[in-house]
Write a protein that binds this ligand. Sequence first.
Ligand code: SF4
Length: 375
Amino acid sequence: MGVDRITGEAQFITAKISAHYVDNARNLPWRVPPKISASGMLPDPYHIWLSEVMLQQTTVAAVIAYFQKFTKRWPTIADLAAADEADVLAAWAGLGYYARARNLHKCALHVADERNGVFPAQEAELLKLPGVGAYTAAAVAAIAFGKRAVVVDANIERLVARLFAIDTPLPKGKGDIRIGMDALTPEQGAGDFAQACMDIGASICTAKAPKCDICPVQVHCAAYANADQERYPVKPAKKAKPTRSGRFFWIEQDEKLLLITRPAKGMLGSMRALPDDNWAAGTDGHGQPPLDGDWQLHENVVQHSFTHFSLEVDLAVYQSDKIAINKGDNKKIELGQVLDDVIWWPIDDIEDAGLPTLFAKAVRWAVKQKLKESL
Ligand code: SF4
């Protein structure tokens, strides 16, 4: 690990990265461009917080449309706080990691109710907000409030690990990476500097085939000097992911599909979804349908990868005009768990239901196969 060597060059690296940002910053809807931020203008903390929450484990390209949708529908944090959680979750559908959306709403409520709709500027205060972790607190303090804070996201982690040739495997190596970023972070303009590093990580110091020929800090880069750029950051040995199986139930009547709202606690909590066989309880699903009927089983129609396991999903289909639980909405049915808010949703409008990606994949598969016509 070469932090000591590099910190001696820190001011040069910082100056080159900052200068590169002025003409090469990505144009992102939550940002203030560097030529304007140089005059002291800072972005809206609500926009920075929202974008940073969305960007966790999600690409910039995917986040832009969601950011625009959210800020159009809920222009201020007070508007977001006043929204129903169900609407926020439905608008989040497709971004994944739904705990983020629930925490987003909780945090909006907290800032609106307890802090008069104003985000705190200090990193330590930001850390007290619901769902705000070390990374988001540092990013909001630096970018939205101009505070000196050490921001380390995945792009910065890669850039700094390579500059310093930090060879301690993650997650232990994060400590040294933070030391390196701390050495580079300037007293003034820490927010723009963090964004400059993010941009270089995203577009030049890429995970595969980094574009070292156009990198502004190539002459300082230890990994480049050793010609082993892709070795960094050093990843821990991969554990094999277990594969679990589950079953979703397509229950159709009068061109409508039965949807439930998942229990508030647990995986994909409070999201609208197809009924399932409780696969999320931590084992394979039990496979039992919620109703007696003439079910048609379609095996392994969806494969989905979660952080700690992969899921293979069967879809069981039942269509009838005599389904016993169809008399109105908001009934309860028993599926190994009590599920609330049963609703019949028009199949033609199913894309508006705000289903999480996993369920949306199964529904799209079914629609594509024209299951309902073939039954
Ligand atoms: Fe990354 Fe290459 Fe620049 Fe080193 S020289 S920081 S590996 S892009």
